[in-house]
Design a protein around this ligand. Structure first.
Ligand SMILES: [Zn+2]
Ligand SMILES: [Zn+2]
Length: 582
């Protein structure tokens, strides 16, 4: 630059639109301008940019008498002021406050006009992106009240937020050459989003739910930012720390998860190489379970079911093949957590159906693993967990324990909660006690008399009741099987207690893995109602009690032991079935 130029002249030249002065102004700290001088440059540059929506650049230049070649140079000036550590915060705030016309021009993806010119728009868009990034970066470093003011000011224009999200999406398959060339835009969009994500909670949700493709390009695009980020990582098989931080934050803390995100992540786990599967394993668990718990909700049956249909269980099994029984591997512990959580919702309708749908696939993979690689104790435990999940997924006649196909199921027409292989079994079960239990509200008076639900869902809304009914149907179908499968355990336990079978209460605890079976004297279970129980209980049947979870998805309870999240069902079986029936 011309070093003879005095700062005052220099400022005046920039204000008049002098190309040489404006262009040379790319290292603000070296020009030893005062804050007042910087302020006056900013004011006049912002004043020029105010016309960018309606006037042509030539028109503005004619008014100024300058020879500036391209208006993008003004944006570069502003960028340098914002980036400089010596610039006053108030100047950055002034810039943020007066960017409206510029933002509207640059973010209008349909017209792409800056000073009425497509050429100027193209020349300026990446500089504009850098400017936004500089302001966002500056904001983060400020005290909280000023930071909020700055960011709020900057993003009062909704178009800017959605533009940032869309700029970050040059990885999309239909990205134009122009988009990919503007790598800066991508970079800026990504970083801005990250900064906001980390620092500005109220903006996070807005960003995360914005479609990644401009509505002008594709009005039907519903692909979210998170989903786009996942496909970007998969497409490039590249794991940028920034991407991962954003992803982790949006999934774990913000719970920005929808079907597309779940599907994308499973796809990513299956198809990526290198460390990709590790990241997938790490994010899948919070995606499906932990986020929900952190918000005070229960795991979502819907979400888990969808993930299973998308191949979650097989993906986890293939993770095991990768890492073997290496317990130090984080993948291993993630897989363990995922399996355990599936186990807890395995009896819920959607999960149950999804597992059933995938059952042949899962069994094939299990056989393969059994036959080939798994000799490790830890791996075996995990495989047993999946087998327990498949066991819970059984469909059996509530009366004769016959394994049921999809079409051979008869339900009790009264309560719709019992499933049978035939009308004959339905009739037999009716006479065996269901006639007393069908459609009855269960109370303590009925303990030891017939089967039913023991902890009614107090104050439940319609949705919770229908969830409960779904859960009961699936629970009912495996109760007899559990009873018969554990017959020797029950007989042994009763024998060691030295009590008759009619005095026994067998407790099946399905809320824990591995499921527990314990036999007790009835007085230990029903102390408060012992007298009534004594008088009316069945002397031919053994009483079984089954505990499982009832996740309704919207009950505010972080404590899984609360009755609202627990289902407790009672069922009586003739005790000669323990020795006779198969
Ligand atoms: Zn049957
Ligand atoms: Zn019934």
């Amino acid at each position: 630059m011309d070093s003879s130029q005095s700062p005052t002249n220099f400022v005046a030249l920039i204000q008049r639109g002098d190309d040489a002065a404006t262009r040379l102004y790319n290292a603000p700290d070296s020009h030893s301008l005062s804050q007042i001088q910087i302020g006056s440059i900013v004011t006049s540059v912002l004043g020029h940019l105010e016309h960018c929506e309606y006037k042509t650049f030539d028109n503005v230049m004619a008014g100024l008498g300058g020879n500036l070649v391209c208006p993008s140079r003004w944006i570069i000036n502003l960028f340098h002021f914002c980036e400089s550590t010596t610039t006053d915060e108030s100047i950055c705030l002034q810039i943020a406050k007066n960017l409206g016309p510029l933002v509207r021009c640059m973010c209008d993806d349909r017209n792409r006009l800056f000073f009425q010119s497509k050429k100027h728009w193209r020349e300026s868009i990446d500089k504009f992106a850098s400017l936004i990034l500089a302001i966002a970066t500056k904001s983060i470093a400020l005290d909280s009240s000023l930071k909020e003011e700055m960011v709020e000011t900057l993003f009062q224009n909704e178009d800017l937020l959605s533009s940032i999200v869309q700029w970050s999406n040059v990885w999309r398959k239909d990205a134009t050459l122009e988009d990919t060339r503007n790598y800066n835009i991508y970079h800026c969009g990504k970083l801005s989003a990250m900064l906001l994500v980390v620092e500005m909670p109220d903006l996070r949700e807005r960003i995360a739910s914005m479609p990644v493709v401009s509505k002008y390009d594709d009005p039907n695009c519903t692909e979210s930012y998170v989903e786009g980020l996942i496909s970007h990582m998969q497409f490039n098989n590249k794991f940028d720390q920034d991407d991962l931080r954003v992803l982790q934050h949006l999934i774990v803390d913000e719970d920005c998860v929808d079907k597309g995100v779940i599907e994308g992540m499973i796809d990513f786990g299956v198809n990526s190489t290198d460390v990709g599967p590790e990241y997938a394993a790490e994010l899948l668990f919070p995606m499906l379970f932990k986020g929900a718990l952190a918000r005070g909700n229960h795991p979502s049956d819907t979400r888990v079911a969808f993930a299973i249909r998308a191949g979650l269980i097989n993906l986890c099994l293939s993770f095991m093949v990768r890492v073997g029984g290496d317990m130090r591997s984080t993948v291993f512990s993630h897989v363990e957590a995922i399996f355990k959580s599936i186990y807890f919702v395995a009896l819920h309708k959607k999960t149950w159906k999804a597992i059933r749908h995938k059952r042949p696939d899962i069994e094939a993979k299990l056989n393969l693993l059994d036959a080939n690689i798994i000799h490790d104790v830890k791996c075996k435990e995990l495989l047993d967990m999946i087998k327990a999940i498949l066991d819970m997924n059984g469909a059996y006649c509530c009366h004769c324990n016959k394994s049921l196909g999809r079409k051979e199921r008869y339900q009790c027409g009264g309560c719709n909660r019992m499933t049978y292989c035939s009308r004959a079994c339905q009739r037999a079960d009716w006479l065996n006690g269901h006639n007393q239990a069908c459609c009855m509200e269960y109370t303590d008076d009925y303990v030891g008399k017939f089967h039913g639900r023991m902890v009614p869902f107090y104050g439940a809304d319609e949705r919770a009741v229908s969830k409960l009914t779904e859960l009961e149907i699936n629970s009912n179908m495996i109760q007899l099987k559990l009873f018969l499968d554990h017959s020797s355990t029950i007989l042994e336990q009763a024998k060691s207690l030295n009590i008759p079978l009619c005095d026994c209460v067998v407790r099946f605890e399905l809320r824990y893995y591995p499921p527990k079976v314990t036999t007790n004297h009835y007085s230990e279970c029903y102390v408060s109602t012992q007298k009534e129980y004594e008088a009316s209980r069945s002397m031919k049947n053994i009483m079984c009690v089954y505990y499982s979870y009832n996740f309704t998805g919207d009950i505010i309870s972080t404590h899984l032991e609360e009755p609202s999240s627990m289902l407790c069902m009672q069922k009586m079986f003739p005790f000669d079935w323990l020795t006779q029936k198969k």
